[in-house]
Design a binder for this molecule. Structure first.
Ligand code: DER
Length: 231
């Protein structure tokens, strides 16, 4: 399908930024999976040397299965480049991420990278973030109370909107860090920074899927093989 080809094409263009000897952060999701496969090919068939850490066990498992050695972020220290997908991006290059449930580890890894390249297809481009539900990571302890506080905080921002537990309230999804994901159906987010800050003020909220001022470049791959870049 065209979107899948677009994802592959964006990953292929992102490979241009990878230099021998780099310390890389590998993202999570179906677009990032294409990058992992291309990296493995470059390593295994063309001798490309690099060091890599991952943003999820899912990516660690894929990379390891393809012969890429995954080290911890702490073993690598500051990263030269992180490459990851996104669920949405707006004209300010602000992102919604977390569709794959790895937003906390993604944000930790990517905040340690000199450059963050986001690989997408055109379907991720929006004027305003929010059509995709905003994931936030919530500790298990007091999670229901935290959901109530989240909804009260949203109301005070004029967002009397629905929130749902990823995986449902009876068997909620558990992240690599042992937390839960609460999806916020904000529809349209006018002030991403204010919303993210309001969420982070709630003790049980660990992190949000709003990646503000983090992306260096966004690559949109097209099924015709071309790519567009937003700096
Ligand atoms: O969960 C995540 O943050 C993923 O990177 C997501 O934002 C993009 O996933 P996709 O490449 O499968 O669309």
């Amino acid at each position: 399908p065209p979107a899948e080809i677009g994802k592959f094409i964006s990953a292929k263009h992102a490979m241009q930024e990878v230099r021998a000897g780099m310390k890389l952060g590998l993202g999570t999701g179906s677009t990032a999976a294409w990058l992992v496969k291309l990296l493995a090919h470059a390593q295994n068939n063309h001798g490309l040397m690099f060091q890599a850490c991952a943003t999820s066990t899912q990516t660690t498992n894929l990379a390891t299965s393809l012969g890429i050695e995954i080290q911890s972020l702490d073993a690598l220290g500051a990263l030269d480049l992180a490459i990851d997908g996104a669920d949405e991006f707006d004209p300010n290059l602000d992102l919604i991420k977390g569709g794959g449930g790895a937003l906390l580890q993604e944000k930790i890894v990517e905040s340690n990278a000199k450059r963050l390249v986001i690989i997408t297809d055109a379907s991720k481009q929006v004027d305003h973030l929010g059509a995709f539900p905003l994931p936030i990571e919530v500790t298990k302890f007091g999670w229901i109370s935290t959901q109530r506080q989240v909804e009260e905080a949203l109301k005070s921002l004029g967002l009397a909107v629905r929130t749902t537990w990823r995986g449902g309230p009876t068997q909620p999804f558990v992240t690599d860090e042992g937390n839960h994901i609460l999806d916020i159906y904000a529809e349209k987010i006018i002030a991403p920074r204010a919303l993210s800050d309001a969420m982070l003020n709630i003790p049980g909220v660990v992190e949000t899927g709003l990646f503000i001022d983090m992306a260096s470049t966004i690559i949109m791959g097209d099924a015709d093989g071309t790519a567009r870049f937003r700096e």
